[in-house]
Design a protein around this ligand. Structure first.
Ligand code: IMP
Ligand code: MG
Length: 178
């Protein structure tokens, strides 16, 4: 299946090192505090599973589904909540966990929505960022790796709902884009 990857951008070993570093930063900043990790489904679930097992404080795990790509490789600019959080985040230390920040449209909308619910703090942790594609400025408090403007798959990231199970992050061979 990895023949769909024309180039490996981040190997499994590099992924592990990156997640270690991010978990270290979060453990340092939130020592002795309880946090809520809010994963944006589906892309973030692989990263979130790795990250949370390296965190040393009590963690509450919650998820949202917001609209995004659905088969295409560009952002629609529309954001709607398909599944909301299960619990209130009022007074909680919240970290949004994302797979990738591309245009930033999804994240800035989600940030605004969650801010209105009065969390004690709200930060963003993203495994990947494509700064060249940014339309909306987003502050990424915990960033894994910046990547060039290429469509990537694997480690939770999909093309048309496929290839999330590839263990590394790679560039999708254009011949598989339809
Ligand atoms: P944004 O609103 O443009 O920042 O969109 C972010 C979302 O788009 C991510 O959560 C991904 O689901 C999706 N996305 C952006 N770039 C890629 C990519 O290279 N591969 C797979 N999904 C992507
Ligand atoms: Mg996503």
């Amino acid at each position: 299946m990895t023949d769909v990857v024309s180039k490996v951008l981040i190997s499994e070993e590099e992924i592990a090192r990156t997640v270690d570093r991010l978990a270290g930063e979060i453990n340092r900043d939130y020592e002795g505090k309880e946090i809520v990790l809010v994963g944006l489904l589906k892309g973030s679930f692989v990263f979130m599973g790795d990250l949370m097992r390296r965190l040393t404080m009590p963690c509450i795990i919650d998820f949202m589904i917001v609209s995004s790509y659905g088969g295409r490789t560009f952002s629609s600019g529309e954001v709607n909540i398909k599944k909301d959080l299960g619990e209130s985040i009022e007074g909680k230390n919240v970290i949004i966990v994302e797979d990738i920040i591309d245009s930033g449209i999804t994240l800035s909308a989600v940030m605004e929505i969650l801010k209105k619910r009065n969390p004690a703090s709200l930060r963003l942790c993203s495994f990947l960022s494509k700064p060249a594609r940014r339309v909306k400025e987003v502050k990424i408090d915990y960033l894994g790796t910046e990547i060039p403007d290429e469509f990537v798959i694997g480690y939770g990231l999909d093309y048309d709902e496929k290839y999330r199970n590839i263990p590394c992050v790679g560039i999708l061979d254009p011949k598989y884009i339809d």
